[in-house]
Design a binder for this molecule. Sequence first.
Ligand SMILES: [Fe+2]
Ligand SMILES: [Fe+2]
Length: 271
Amino acid sequence: MTAAPAFELDWLGGWSERRLRRRRPGIDDLPWGTLDLGALAPDDVVEARRVWTNGVFTEYASAAAFANLTTALLECGAPVDLTAVAADVVVDELDHVELVARLVGELGGAVPYHYDVAQISQVTDPAATPLMRALELAVTVSCVGENLSVPALTRSRALATTPLVAAVLDRLLADEGPHAELGWRVLAWAGPRLTAAERARVGAIAVAAIASFAPLWQAPACATCQAPDLGVTPPDDHGALLRRAVRERVLARLARNAIPVDPAAVEPLLA
Ligand SMILES: [Fe+2]
Ligand SMILES: [Fe+2]
């Protein structure tokens, strides 16, 4: 088996950068150059480089996920305005890629990261209808994924003391609320079209998505893996916060949307 290629970013500049800046202004106004690495604990800087390098990748993966969702919404004839929101989120996520990558640069550069971006699209059930494919992506990416990331980012922001990290987190958080809302709007639109069996399938998709994130709170906590000043929350806080987010932000809203979830499947994940 050959190793995955290094995950690297490219930037063209010029015409495309100017157009992006018109659509998403303000990134150059953040307090770049203010991070005093010498005043921080070296271990904290190492941990922050590791976590924020992973953050660049997750933002890139989110851009791909919302691009996949946009295509799926087009393929099922979803409302044009709802589809436009999904497409706009793709640009938000690409803005976040730049933002977090620049922060990693200020922290001293990325740690090695390997991933074949040709594999980045989520494979949906090929036998599903176009509507169910869109719901699979909306539930996985937004209803679960983004609804876990919002409270995690909020907690990081509350603990961050360095102005640059705080400003980066503020810019991320300003966008992530709507990213977490979009999936619920897709589900509310699709709801009346779903059979009971399709509702049960959406519930099972949600449980599978929660299970895919469960290692984040089930893995043994690494006591030294934290750098609150730089946006890396202490691990114990993090696990409890994610479990609470699953209950309050995901399961409660699935119930409000009349999506059945099997407690025997989900409760062991939260134990
Ligand atoms: Fe993002
Ligand atoms: Fe997002």
